[in-house]
Design a protein around this ligand. Structure first.
Ligand code: HEC
Ligand code: HEC
Ligand code: HEC
Ligand code: HEC
Ligand code: HEC
Ligand code: HEC
Ligand code: HEC
Ligand code: HEC
Ligand code: HEC
Ligand code: HEC
Length: 298
């Protein structure tokens, strides 16, 4: 068998009870020695010196993840079907709970206390729906490829991230886990921090303040004005000004008339409607530290 690593024989203790194959991986190689399968030997799962690894001393090797394969690997009479072995992936008929149990046997600590009962767990998402094991690089673990894995299920976020103004997710320069904890968290929407604003402040610290003159919605929730996954409006705004501002502020003080009585853009009305609109004057929309910035104008 031309395999990169010498595999240790399974210990007798591991074989007790369930019907595991006699020779571990060597049994499986009789039929599964294609490059795709062998790629697992180029990952952290195949470190013989690591006693916690599936290929560590006394571990069950392939069957640490795939479950007991003695029947599956055994001799099959002519005309009979080969008994199945627990399988992973989107087409698997193995219950997701059972698939995940093989992984959490070793990884409960890494996925954290929050996995059980998290949105993904509740919606029977399998560890293997996000993680690729038989590959030198697991795409979900690198920033440049992660979003594509998530987009497989999250089409709406894919569409949003393709909009002209978006965080650079589609370019692989930022990942979903900049803002989300995929394994679950005590927060809403699996956010990485306990609040939306706390999550944004990780990178946009300058919006945290404190400001001498705060703009109430900014301190409360960035999403009053921004779509975090992308938008058609510059600045990733959920609406353009003046509509954005007027979704909260009355028009009474600043009537939004596009033209003056001559049919031309007048001074004040045009400033209200054109270009930066309200931001022509109120350009410190996130808050002001100027002594006379109470109207967010400086
Ligand atoms: C004697 C040949 C043979 C041996 C030995 C063998 N397999 Fe298989 N295995 C097969 C065949 C044939 C299939 C395809 C079965 C099918 O499509 O129904 C298969 C399918 C699989 C699948 C895919 C299951 C699925 O439903 O997609 C996995 C995983 C698997 N084997 C793992 C193992 C492991 C782990 C071992 C060692 C414990 C092993 N096999 C030993 C012949 C073998
Ligand atoms: C750390 C867990 C783990 C170990 C160890 C492992 N596998 Fe897998 N295997 C998986 C997962 C998860 C999949 C689903 C596809 C993927 O993630 O790459 C899979 C898929 C497969 C498939 C099906 C591929 C297909 O076409 O769908 C075969 C066959 C297989 N493994 C055989 C083996 C053999 C043989 C070994 C030992 C040399 C082994 N696996 C070791 C987790 C593991
Ligand atoms: C027998 C124990 C064992 C089993 C079963 C197991 N793993 Fe692992 N896994 C490990 C060890 C050990 C490492 C290496 C940890 C390290 O080096 O920090 C690891 C590493 C990983 C990593 C990080 C890989 C990297 O490149 O950083 C992921 C992701 C992972 N496992 C997912 C899974 C999934 C999904 C399953 C189930 C299909 C699974 N594991 C089954 C022991 C196991
Ligand atoms: C929704 C997708 C998703 C699911 C489902 C998922 N993971 Fe992960 N996992 C990730 C991502 C993304 C990372 C990288 C973590 C990061 O960037 O913060 C990761 C990281 C890991 C790591 C490496 C941790 C480290 O600190 O190096 C392990 C181990 C792991 N996952 C195991 C599992 C196991 C076991 C399950 C199932 C119980 C699982 N994952 C389910 C997406 C997922
Ligand atoms: C196999 C499909 C699948 C994959 C892959 C997947 N998810 Fe999910 N995710 C779901 C399902 C199902 C839900 C629950 C229903 C919904 O909100 O769409 C969900 C919900 C979420 C939620 C909302 C949580 C809440 O409490 O409302 C977030 C955030 C999320 N996923 C992030 C991610 C990230 C980040 C990745 C990639 C690392 C990812 N998902 C990969 C299926 C998936
Ligand atoms: C810049 C931070 C950020 C990034 C990056 C990000 N998200 Fe989100 N996401 C959020 C926030 C904030 C919410 C909460 C929205 C709310 O409460 O209305 C959210 C909500 C979600 C939801 C739940 C949507 C709903 O309407 O219930 C899903 C699913 C989701 N994100 C998936 C993803 C995926 C997949 C990626 C990567 C492609 C991603 N997110 C990247 C910040 C982010
Ligand atoms: C991991 C770091 C990170 C986090 C967390 C983050 N951002 Fe960003 N944000 C960026 C980067 C990088 C850019 C610049 C993108 C570019 O230049 O294309 C950006 C740009 C923006 C922009 C300007 C977009 C434009 O078109 O000018 C807005 C608005 C924004 N982020 C809002 C948010 C909000 C709201 C949150 C919290 C839900 C958040 N960000 C969380 C990194 C982050
Ligand atoms: C009241 C509406 C509103 C709220 C709430 C808001 N923003 Fe903004 N934000 C804007 C507007 C309007 C712009 C466009 C400014 C411009 O074009 O000069 C903008 C632009 C940005 C930009 C890109 C331009 C720059 O100044 O760097 C970032 C980043 C940003 N906001 C982050 C945030 C964060 C983080 C929060 C929450 C702490 C937040 N915003 C809350 C209205 C808001
Ligand atoms: C989600 C609702 C909301 C949105 C959207 C919003 N604001 Fe505000 N704004 C407020 C609240 C609440 C206050 C605080 C009012 C108070 O303290 O009396 C405020 C205060 C102000 C003030 C100071 C008013 C004063 O009397 O001192 C200005 C100026 C202002 N906003 C301009 C804007 C502009 C310009 C936009 C659009 C870019 C905008 N706001 C969008 C809710 C909003
Ligand atoms: C041409 C400059 C200019 C433009 C454009 C402008 N404002 Fe003002 N705004 C002002 C001035 C000056 C004040 C202060 C008036 C005062 O102190 O009596 C003010 C005051 C306010 C106040 C405080 C409440 C009040 O009536 O005194 C709010 C809220 C406000 N503006 C919202 C808006 C919104 C929303 C828009 C866009 C539709 C907008 N402004 C466009 C100059 C402007």
């Amino acid at each position: 068998m031309a395999v990169a690593l010498a595999v240790t024989a399974l210990s007798g203790a591991a074989l007790a009870g369930e019907n595991y194959s006699r020779k571990g991986a060597d049994t499986c190689f009789q039929c599964h020695d294609d490059q795709a399968t062998l790629a697992v030997f180029r990952t952290k799962h195949a470190v013989p010196g690591d006693s916690n690894s599936p290929f560590g001393h006394g571990q069950l090797q392939c069957e640490a993840c795939h479950g007991p394969g003695g029947d599956h690997a055994g001799r099959v009479r002519r005309g009979r079907e080969r008994p199945p072995i627990p399988a992973f992936g989107f087409n698997s008929t193995t219950a997701v709970e059972d698939q995940n149990a093989y992984c959490t046997n070793c990884h409960l600590g890494d996925t954290g206390f929050a996995w059980h009962g998290s949105t993904h767990d509740d919606n029977t998402v399998a560890c293997a729906d996000c993680h690729t094991i038989h590959a030198e690089r697991d795409p979900v673990l690198s920033t440049s490829t992660q979003a594509e894995v998530c987009f497989d299920c999250h089409r709406q976020q894919r569409t949003q991230s393709m909009k002209p103004y978006a965080h650079p997710l589609r370019h692989g320069k930022m990942d979903c886990t900049s803002c989300h904890s995929p394994h679950g968290d005590t927060t809403e929407r699996l956010l990485a921090r306990s609040t939306v604003n706390g999550t944004c402040h990780d990178c946009h610290a300058e919006m945290r303040g404190p400001f001498l003159w705060e703009h109430a919605p900014v301190a409360e929730d960035c999403l009053s004005c921004h779509d975090p996954h992308g938008s058609n409006q510059p600045g990733m705004l959920s609406m353009r000004a003046p509509m954005l501002c007027q979704s909260c502020h009355s028009q009474a003080g600043h009537p939004s008339i596009p033209q003056d009585e001559r049919g031309l853009p007048g001074d004040t009305p045009s400033a209200l409607m054109l270009g930066q609109s309200c931001l022509n004057c109120h350009d410190q929309v996130h808050g002001s530290n100027h002594p006379s910035g109470s109207k967010l104008m400086r």
